[in-house]
Design a protein around this ligand. Structure first.
Ligand SMILES: Cc1cc2nc3c(=O)[nH]c(=O)nc-3n(C[C@H](O)[C@H](O)[C@H](O)COP(=O)(O)O)c2cc1C
Length: 221
């Protein structure tokens, strides 16, 4: 797939087929993604690839914590407030997803079911958790993580896989550490669900919005 096409057609996948992702494919993606840039070539990312039984245990436990209304305590705090423009966009994607799923705004049960699905990583057969050692200066490490996450997602897409970067997968790091032996010395930054996309699902089909480059790029000549 041509790079411009890959970037434009990658989208967050919120319904996956149960088919497992071949380990060789995940290895090929990581083998290529390691060429992502990083601060001073520090390559400080550490990635837990979770599939099979371990993933099912994590999926069940994460969903249950959400349903039990356990207060999230992610290693990266979630912003409590957004400036108006970002708030509108954030609400906009929420509306699009719920509309695609035919869940009305006042349908509390439907919304809860959807959030439960999100906490279950949308049924993906693979979850990647991106971590950094806590001894690293977090700001630049976060940039490096962002770069490799995007590279992984694009490569996955180029190989016919879908992905969804999921803050919802790292809400309960203490729970993750009970199931996956990630030491507390590593901050669990973000997760990405991965698998074959259910291309028929409306939630994977709605049109997405982006600002025009003239709204965010200033030119100086
Ligand atoms: C850091 C980060 C965290 C995200 N967390 C979630 C999440 O918890 N749940 C979700 O459905 N999507 C999540 N997303 C996906 C975004 O909603 C999505 O990238 C955005 O709406 C743009 O849509 P697109 O990826 O389909 O182009 C996350 C994306 C990023 C970059």
């Amino acid at each position: 797939m041509e790079i411009f096409e890959t970037v434009k057609t990658r989208r967050s996948i919120r319904k996956f087929k149960p088919d497992p992702v071949p380990e060789a494919l995940i290895r090929e993606i990581l083998e290529t993604a390691r060429w992502s840039p990083s601060w001073g070539n520090t390559q400080a990312w550490e990635i837990a690839v979770i599939t099979g039984e371990a993933l099912e245990r994590l999926r069940t436990a994460n969903r249950q914590s959400f349903l039990d209304k356990v207060i999230p305590k992610p290693d990266t705090p979630m912003p409590a407030v957004w400036p108006e423009l970002q708030k509108q966009r954030y609400q906009g994607i929420g509306k699009k997803v719920l509309t695609a799923l035919s869940i009305a705004r006042e349908d509390r049960e439907g919304r809860l079911r959807y959030s439960g699905d999100m906490s279950s990583f949308f049924g993906a057969p693979c979850l990647l958790l991106f971590c950094v050692d806590r001894s690293l200066a977090r700001e630049y490490a976060m940039l490096d993580i962002g770069l490799i996450v995007q590279t992984v997602c694009l490569l996955a897409h180029a190989r016919g896989l879908g992905s969804c970067i999921l803050a919802a997968s790292v809400s309960y790091p203490a729970l993750i550490r009970k199931i996956i032996p990630i030491p507390d010395t590593k901050a669990i930054i973000i997760g990405a669900a991965m698998g074959y996309p259910d291309t028929e699902a409306p939630v994977n089909q709605f049109t997405r919005d982006r600002a025009n480059p003239d709204e965010f790029a200033l030119w100086f000549k």
